[in-house]
Design a binder for this molecule. Structure first.
Ligand code: NAG
Length: 199
């Protein structure tokens, strides 16, 4: 009976055992750096002091493959709308959200699924948690390109990154978690789990 409960770091997982001869493409592991998810969406309801929707498309995420990363960059084209700690915010353009000195934790349960060629591992209850020391926000072209307003808002966001992140953290974890989940899921659907975790 195979029953696995892992609590691990992302890179720990990916390095746990893939046998040395496995190349990244042979186990379906897409290059982790950068990741290019189609869309990242962060949103927070209106019961929060940070009531915003941020959508980032054409995005690239650098750094997520490290369990402890000096920087995780989320770069892309953003659309933002809402209110941040009483200030209205609105804009569309290029964005760069950088998580500095971040610890990444991944938590999931692996359930065995029997197939003809062996037991495959199915990921369940996948949670990713990022804990940054601080965050640098940079949104170009806020408020239809009004530079003074945009500069002030970026400054405000950076001065209040902590309060903002406290409100957005679940949404950030879910968004980045679903990206990581896809990557890992693809790995474990390729081969029976014994291929990865040999004695
Ligand atoms: C994003 O911002 C970080 C922190 O300011 C910076 O180090 C990095 O070079 C920026 N990346 C791009 C592509 O602008």
């Amino acid at each position: 009976m195979l029953s696995l409960a892992f609590k691990c770091l992302l890179i720990g997982l990916l390095c746990l055992s893939p046998k040395a001869e496995f190349r990244e493409n042979s186990i379906n592991l897409v290059p982790m750096d950068p990741l290019s998810p189609k869309k990242i969406q962060l949103s927070q309801g209106d019961d929060s002091p940070v009531n915003i929707d941020i959508t980032v498309t054409n995005s690239k995420i650098h750094g997520l493959r490290n369990a402890v990363a000096t920087k995780v960059n989320l770069i892309g084209d953003y659309v933002i709308k809402g209110k941040v700690l009483i200030l209205p915010i609105q804009g569309e353009g290029k964005s760069n959200i950088t998580f500095v000195d971040v610890t990444i934790n991944v938590d999931f349960t692996g359930t065995p699924v029997e197939k003809d060629d062996g037991a495959y591992m199915k990921l369940e209850n996948f949670h990713l948690h990022v804990e940054p020391k601080f965050i640098i926000y940079k949104f170009d072209n806020l408020f239809n390109g009004d530079k003074a307003l945009g500069d002030n808002m970026n400054k405000f966001l950076n001065e209040n990154w902590k309060e903002i992140h406290n409100e957005l953290r679940d949404s950030v974890d879910v968004a980045l978690g679903s990206v990581a989940n896809d990557v890992i899921h693809r790995v474990f659907t390729k081969y029976p789990y014994a291929k990865y975790f040999s004695e």
